[in-house]
Design a protein around this ligand. Structure first.
Ligand SMILES: C[S@@+](CC[C@H](N)C(=O)[O-])C[C@H]1O[C@@H](n2cnc3c(N)ncnc32)[C@H](O)[C@@H]1O
Length: 280
């Protein structure tokens, strides 16, 4: 059985409760309700108790899309702090907010591993949380994403933190890795959080289970001898076992750690998010 690995908690984020296909979360002082397929169990509190504390509730309309119902008339944008790093929260029609709060598991690892000599490559880098954490620790940061809106948001987060040393790259992650291999560039830390599927810059649809092996092989080519790979995936098709097996084959001399990434709610519920891989 795969070990559950719990994401460290942080002051500006709290998973208050989960269950009935949804989660109740606090971001700073703002409380939201949004769907989560992994919250298939019964919640600790009733949904009417949830409603009394929530400021926004996501209503699904079509597939993963929907809208946020504003329950208290407050603005839909605000900031949260992770230690000294500021992130802009924005409520998107995909139910996302700009932060994956369980990524504290990687943020803490990055803090632990980064020195001012570190070259940090963040692939599928989204709004730049990990890039900023590495940047604040002094790393040289390359941030790659194939979505222009994600890069614009990351740029805003960089600006709000007066962080100007990060390089933002609009590129398909795999193509970028191939180019970097040709340029013989190497990184001390490589983080990737590939979605179950995505769209590359040339509009080509991308399925993670078809690309995982090559992504890990390229990662091995791009890492320095003592480099670290941090990978999370929310794809239900990729288990920690399969991640561990592929990684052990590709990185035979390294320590491979896998598990199910989880958050524990204040009400005592365990919410599983996906698979975690650390190669050190
Ligand atoms: C799950 S989010 C990553 C979250 C990030 N790790 C964090 O915690 O902030 C996935 C990101 O991958 C990007 N993406 C999807 N397909 C991509 C591709 N082929 N190449 C590069 N980025 C891609 C999306 O635009 C999105 O920003």
């Amino acid at each position: 059985m795969n070990p559950r690995i719990f994401a460290p908690s942080w002051e500006d984020y709290e998973l208050i409760d989960a269950g009935g296909g949804e989660k109740l979360e606090r971001w700073g002082t703002i409380v939201t309700i949004r769907p989560d397929i992994n919250a298939y169990f019964r919640a600790e509190k009733t949904k009417s108790e949830w409603q009394k504390t929530a400021h926004f509730q996501f209503k699904e309309e079509k597939g993963t899309y929907g809208h946020w119902k504003n329950l208290s008339g407050i603005p839909e944008k605000w900031d949260v702090l992770y230690q000294n790093v500021r992130f802009k929260i924005r409520l998107k029609n995909t139910k996302h907010t700009g932060i994956f709060p369980e990524q504290t598991i990687n943020w803490e690892k990055i803090k632990h591993l980064t020195t001012p000599e570190t070259k940090f490559l963040n692939l599928f880098a989204y709004t730049g949380a990990s890039s900023l954490i590495a940047g604040f620790m002094g790393a040289q940061v390359i941030h790659v994403d194939s979505s222009k809106s994600a890069l614009t948001w990351a740029c805003e987060n960089f600006r709000n933190n007066n962080f100007s040393r990060g390089k933002l790259v609009y590129e398909d992650a795999l193509l970028f890795m191939q180019r970097e291999m040709k340029r013989k560039h190497r990184y001390n830390i490589l983080q990737m959080d590939p979605p179950a599927w995505g769209i590359g810059t040339k509009g080509k649809k991308w399925q993670l289970e078809h690309q995982l092996d090559i992504l890990l092989q390229h990662a091995a080519n791009l890492l320095t001898e003592d480099g670290a790979l941090l990978l999370t995936t929310y794809s239900p098709k990729i288990t920690p076992e399969s991640l561990g097996e592929i990684a052990a084959f590709i990185f035979p001399t390294k320590t491979v750690k896998t598990g199910v990434l989880c958050t524990q709610s204040t009400s005592g519920k365990v919410l599983e998010h996906g698979s975690l891989l650390h190669v050190l």
